[in-house]
Design a protein around this ligand. Structure first.
Ligand code: ZN
Length: 481
């Protein structure tokens, strides 16, 4: 591990964007590469993604899905079959035109998403209503040619899972879309400590080729929104275009209803921006690669003494499942080690010093709020899971407080403008969901978008804030990454 100190991080209040990049690079989560727009995820960042991935993968399997793997390339003739889909993705597709020294007679798209190839294959595999439902998922990398990139948030190549399902009825597909959005919510809130607002995207923001798209939106600590997971009802748009038909229960020929849903490495950017502070990352314990860092403060010539003995004891007694590490690096002052692990967002630091130890104690410091406790060495290891749960809850509560403090209600466009004059917020208000009013909202405040039509709110009879006509929805308005 390279030496790093918080002095090298731009303060968040000074420049949020620079702070974000500084934290990612100093904490060794990811970095730029010689390939424009493509990032490298370094081991510490990948461990964070793996823990997140494992939690979601368990949910995907718990809800009845199986993983499989599709090709990286999609022939052009397949990609263009669903008109709205190809129009939506065309500007960002990367093409392979040559293999070795041979010019290809049909160019191949590097997958931007896999609906098309999946439909082509399932056309061969779905014959009867007995073949439904199909519930599958793929963990993969995809490529979308981006002009402006940001580490984790928007990169030309990124990593994700894409779930794809086929059902007999529209309602079954609707339930699937809801179930998977529920899994994303569980991941965001219970694992990543990010409270989210769920709802439906407007027509202009939905997935290209979908009937409708649901998403969850989390508030970053600068008040901007991040879409952290999406779940799409595709209706029969693709199954008709790709001619996936099956014989139904009454022997008539039918088209199945389809869904797809995805969550990507983008959510790691969310964890960084939702929780981090001027000293660096603040990682929720449930996904933190290192949950407890033990820093022994040994005097010179003290090797094998009581301080080291206590560190070894903590390693030995830590309950299985607790990711504990001892920082035994030589020649680095304790203060530097503290700053290093704060930068990396490790939830708990246990300081083992000779003076404390003489009284049978160690000091435990919590990253999220700096809370310190002096605890008896005896039994402290067994208390770590409880303390990690408390740290997880504290991070979640802190994010919830921010969301509550920076959420406002608005009833007209003037109110919306005023709400954003001081700082970016999450504004909610009655909305008719017409393209005209969506445009009016975008023009009222710079960079503002309709994030979702909130699933948790019904209008109380107030008129649409754009046109004054009856409003069927309460919309969430925010600036978004
Ligand atoms: Zn309206």
């Amino acid at each position: 591990m390279a030496k790093a100190s918080s002095k090298q991080i731009t303060p968040k209040s000074e420049d949020f964007d620079r702070w974000y990049v500084d934290v990612i690079r100093r904490a060794e989560l990811a970095d730029y590469t010689p390939v424009a727009g493509c990032m490298v995820i370094r081991p510490y960042g990948f461990a964070l993604w793996e823990n997140t991935q494992r939690a979601l993968d368990d949910m995907i399997k718990r809800t009845g899905h199986q993983n499989m793997q599709f090709p990286l390339f999609i022939p052009e003739s397949l990609l263009v079959k669903e008109a709205e889909h190809v129009e939506g993705f065309a500007p960002e597709v990367a093409w392979v035109t040559q293999g070795g020294s041979e010019q290809l007679h049909e160019r191949l798209a590097v997958r931007p998403t896999s609906e098309t190839i999946i439909c082509e294959l399932y056309r061969k595999w779905i014959h009867s209503w007995r073949d439904l439902p199909v519930l599958i998922n793929q963990w993969a990398n995809v490529v979308r040619w981006e002009k402006r990139t940001r580490l984790f948030l928007r990169t030309t190549e990124f990593w994700w899972q894409e779930g794809h399902t086929f059902h007999e009825t529209w309602e079954q597909a609707r339930d699937e879309v809801d179930t998977m959005l529920g899994c994303y919510r569980e991941l965001a809130e219970e694992w990543l400590a990010m409270p989210v607002i769920a709802g439906r995207k407007t027509a202009s923001e939905k997935f290209a080729g979908a009937e409708y798209t649901l998403s969850i939106e989390a508030m970053m600590s600068d008040g901007w929104a991040l879409q952290t997971g999406t779940s799409h009802h595709l209706g029969q748009n693709f199954t008709r275009a790709y001619d996936i038909s099956y014989s139904g229960r009454d022997n008539t020929l039918l088209f199945p209803f389809q869904t797809s849903w995805g969550l990507s490495t983008r959510i790691i950017g969310g964890v960084i921006m939702a929780h981090g502070d001027d000293a660096g990352l603040i990682l929720p314990p449930r996904v933190a690669p290192v949950q407890v860092i033990v820093v022994p403060i040994a005097q010179s010539g003290d090797a094998g003494g009581p301080v080291e003995e206590a560190a070894v004891r903590l390693e030995r007694e830590a309950p299985s499942g607790v990711r504990l590490r001892v920082d035994r690096r030589d020649g680095i002052r304790p203060g530097e080690k503290y700053a290093d692990w704060e930068l990396r967002g490790v939830p708990l630091r246990v300081v083992v010093g000779a003076r404390d130890l003489a009284e049978g104690r160690v000091t435990v410091v919590r990253r999220v709020d700096g809370e310190q406790q002096q605890l008896p060495l005896e039994g402290v290891a067994a208390r770590l899971p409880g303390m990690l749960d408390e740290a997880q809850a504290a991070i979640r509560a802190r994010a919830q407080r921010l969301l509550d403090e920076r959420s406002v209600e608005v009833t007209d466009l003037d109110g919306l403008r005023q709400a954003f004059e001081v700082q970016p917020v999450f504004a909610s208000g009655p909305f008719c969901d017409s393209p005209e009013c969506e445009l009016a909202v975008k023009q009222a405040v710079h960079a503002l978008t309709v994030r979702v039509l909130r699933a948790d709110r019904r209008p109380d009879g107030a008129p649409c804030l754009g046109c004054g006509r009856p409003a069927d929805h309460v919309a969430l308005f925010a600036r978004a990454y």
